[in-house]
Each structure stands twice: as structure tokens, then as C-alpha cells.
Design a binder for this molecule. Sequence first.
Ligand code: HEC
Length: 101
Amino acid sequence: MSYRTNLRATTACAFLISGSARAGEEAIRLVDGEARDLTATSCVTCHSLDYIQMNAPLMNRATWQKSVHKMIDKFGAPIAEGDAARIVDYLSEHYSAADSP
Ligand code: HEC
């Protein structure tokens, strides 16, 4: 019983991971900007880049700062401190709404 449950969970998980990696590579292209490639390669390793687009209307510099550091601290994203600053700059400039004039 518990073996079957486990197996099902594992299969669903593997499916989700391969599905979102594909979507990130093919469907989403981030807008041009200073650190676009850095941002795309740093973020797409774990999930689709539409996380960025979906959250943009709710974000500003402070919330991107928090979000990027959550990826690093909680989820172990391998992003160097200097790169994180450039990514936050890029996201604040191109994917923020909350504090735009
Ligand atoms: C080490 C893996 C990993 C990396 C790299 C990563 N994330 Fe995440 N991210 C996650 C996980 C895990 C979640 C939450 C679970 C889910 O919804 O898939 C998440 C969720 C999110 C969310 C949804 C809101 C939230 O906080 O849950 C946003 C926005 C986000 N990530 C942005 C980014 C950005 C921007 C980058 C690149 C700077 C990035 N992520 C890199 C693992 C990662």
C-alpha cells in the first residue's frame, strides 16, 4: 500500500520536473536587457521562466530582492552574490509593476 503510494508520487514528480524545464527553454523568452541571459540560465535550472512573468505584476525591487534570496537561501539556487544583485536589477527594471511611476 505505502509502496504504491510512493511510486505514484515519484512518477508525478519526475513528470512535473521535465515538463517545466521544457516549457522554460522553449516557450518563454525574457525581454532584452543587461542581465537577461544570466537571469534566464540562473532561474530555469529549477522551474519555468513563466514564474517571473506571472509574478511581475505583484513585484517591485524589494520583493524581487526577497524572492531571489529565497531561491538561494531556501532552495539552494547556486547564484553568486554579485550575480544576484545583477539579476535583481534586471528583474526590477523589466518585471516590476508595483513601484513604477
Ligand atoms: C534551486 C532551485 C531554484 C532556482 C535556481 C530558482 N528557483 Fe524559484 N523556486 C524554486 C522553488 C522550489 C519554488 C517554489 C515551489 C514551486 O512553486 O515550484 C520557486 C518559486 C519561485 C517563484 C514563485 C513565488 C515563490 O516565491 O514561491 C518565483 C517568482 C521564483 N521562484 C523566481 C525565481 C527566480 C527569479 C530565479 C532566478 C534568480 C529562481 N526562481 C531560481 C526553486 C528555484
